[in-house]
Ligand binder design. Sequence first.
Ligand code: NAD
Length: 373
Amino acid sequence: MSAPIRIGIVGCGNIADNHVAAYRAADGAEVVAVCDVDRARAQAFADQRGIPSATGSVAELLVLDLDAISVCTPHPTHEEVVVAAAQAGVHVLCEKPISTSAAAAERMIEATAAAGVTFGVVFQRRFWPGAQRLHRAIVDGTLGTPMLGHCRVLLHRGKEYYDSAPWRGTWDADGGGVLMTQAIHYIDLLQWFMGEPVEVYGRAGSFTLADSIEVEDTAAAVITFASGAIATLSATVAATPNLGSELTITGSTGATISIGEYPEGSDADVEIWAVPGDEQAVSTLASGGFRPDKSVAEVNASLQHLHRRQIEDFVAAIREGREPAVTGAQALRSLQIVEAVYVSARSGEPVRLAHRGEARIFTHLPVPSEVSA
Ligand SMILES: NC(=O)c1ccc[n+]([C@@H]2O[C@H](COP(=O)([O-])OP(=O)(O)OC[C@H]3O[C@@H](n4cnc5c(N)ncnc54)[C@H](O)[C@@H]3O)[C@@H](O)[C@H]2O)c1
């Protein structure tokens, strides 16, 4: 057996524990060091978990002969940490969102590709049983080509959540609100199911949290994909109680499959499986046991086994020299959708995204900008 992969964790806040536990559960990886700009926090984190080294800077961490790092720092710092890892020849798994700007995300993808290191981005909901089953139904043709999508995210974050860290809820430090920090998980799934986004028309606002945050608490959008397929996105952190999320895809065979996460942090399984000749409707909501009052810490803890699945995949990708389940290029797509909603909401116009020319399968009515062009 080859030696365990030596891992460092950057950022010792809320989500770092999910990474430590996941590496410890994964075969062939060992967490040997942690780092935080708050050196005392890094030391306490390491001491409490029996991790040998603690450092106060990424530069000090990267001289410790590591194979890979996990980036668990606030979004705007992801670029500098990922690029530093790439330049040191260290593989890197970065927490979502990849960054708060698509230009920065592209630099991260370029730096890791140029260095030849594995670069993965955490979207652990890809490993939900329901998400895996829905994706398989697309790959094996059960759904045909996805035609219509609905992504509905009705979460709750109160003032206390935004007050818990100085970077939350500001454009500069958080890069956005519900779309950038919470809904991006489900936007990642939407693009995984529906393909390359090419146009976004969106609206966003702050309705109930305007006194606590600068960024949007609520947003809605229509997204068009390269196939011509369309999807609606609606998201809020102002739902009381927290109702979780739901993704529904209808394909060109007429089949509809829906997955639901009730409450947030539960494993989403199939809620509706309406495939012609094979209808199996299931409803978690109707079967009871719904508990909408989980704290954010409980939500994070209940996602730990999904971090474990993604970290197992990342470690295997390093060993096998293959791409991880969620690449930087895939993570860029969800960020481009979020950015486009913000631009569209400000301008009142639909936003076209650069598109690599996949064949259009569905036709759709022209948008006003096409009519006037
Ligand atoms: N995948 C998920 O479900 C999930 C859940 C929660 C958070 N996250 C993501 O994880 C990231 C961190 O979130 P959090 O809630 O753990 O934040 P946090 O504020 O609790 O912790 C961040 C830590 O990073 C440290 N830090 C900041 N800049 C640093 C730098 N340049 N180098 C080293 N350390 C630095 C801070 O001192 C702090 O201890 C965010 O991008 C967030 O979106 C993902």
